[in-house]
Design a protein around this ligand. Structure first.
Ligand SMILES: C[S@@+](CC[C@H](N)C(=O)[O-])C[C@H]1O[C@@H](n2cnc3c(N)ncnc32)[C@H](O)[C@@H]1O
Length: 255
């Protein structure tokens, strides 16, 4: 079987399984198996695929056909220009979260020293911030009052924000393969924001920054929580590439 035949058979199977961009995903999987890039596949369309590679490729295609996320199959993804390892225990980093990281990087300047990443999952936020802001002291952790005490300069979080009842209706890649603890934000999706808001009032320094990613339709409620728990803070929202308010930022006033 040639590269072209392998790709075309795989793309047909992926398409039948409802995978969007089936030809592209077939290429990404075969390129991964052969340790080549997609250009190589195009240039070498008539080259034979060795039996062992073919078997591995077909195994991966079968996994993708049951809608296991591509990134989980590959074991990695790209986030903010860096390679991040992922498996079924962590949320696959999303492009919206790159926006959150970009906001923190942009606002860092020289005024912050410590950062706490609450609910770090794959570590994507902390890893990228560590690379982009080499002078920052970064703690990546879970949600707890003790953890909150560690960093008082910037608190960044992409917490679980999907309302519990909406989870079964998400696309299969998410609902069936990603950890529910990374998705479930309680009955209205706001549970984690309330927990963060409860702990934050006395913990951010004057001039400190809270930066969180929010779900669709949640920005105004989260902004209100930030205003209540950080009186006097300048609260802003930032839209994602679709024009949906996606990031809430609250800067504590300087004394
Ligand atoms: C939406 S995921 C974000 C993961 C990663 N920061 C990202 O942006 O891709 C939320 C993370 O918070 C963690 N988490 C949720 N509730 C938690 C809790 N009560 N205690 C500790 N961690 C929690 C989950 O395990 C998950 O890794």
């Amino acid at each position: 079987m040639t590269v072209r035949e392998a790709l075309s058979a795989a793309a047909a199977r992926l398409k039948a399984a409802g995978v969007e961009s089936a030809p592209l995903e077939a290429q990404l999987l075969l390129a991964y198996v052969l340790r080549r890039d997609r250009v190589w596949l195009t240039v070498n369309r008539d080259r034979a695929v060795a039996a062992a590679d073919r078997a591995r490729f077909q195994r991966m295609v079968r996994q993708r056909c049951i809608r296991k996320p591509l990134q989980q199959i590959l074991g990695e993804t790209e986030f903010y220009g860096r390679r991040i390892l992922v498996d079924r225990h962590v949320l696959v980093p999303r492009p919206e979260t790159e926006l959150l990281v970009g906001q923190v990087v942009e606002r860092w300047r020289t005024r912050y020293r410590t950062i706490l990443d609450i609910g770090t999952g794959s570590g994507c936020i902390a890893v990228v911030l560590a690379g982009e802001l080499p002078r920052a002291r970064i703690t990546a952790t879970d949600i707890s009052a003790r953890a909150l005490a560690v960093a008082r300069n910037v608190i960044v979080s992409n917490p679980p924000y999907i309302p519990t009842a909406s989870i079964p209706g998400l696309q299969p890649e998410v609902a069936q393969f990603e950890p529910v603890t990374a998705l479930d934000g309680g009955s209205d999706g706001l549970l984690c924001y309330r927990r963060i808001a409860e702990g934050i009032g006395t913990r951010l320094r004057p001039g400190g920054l809270l930066a969180v990613e929010v779900g669709d339709g949640q920005a105004s409620a989260v902004a209100e929580l930030a205003r209540c728990s950080l009186p006097g803070a300048a609260v802003e929202t930032v839209e994602d590439y679709c024009g949906t308010p996606r990031i809430v930022l609250a800067t504590v006033p300087q004394r």
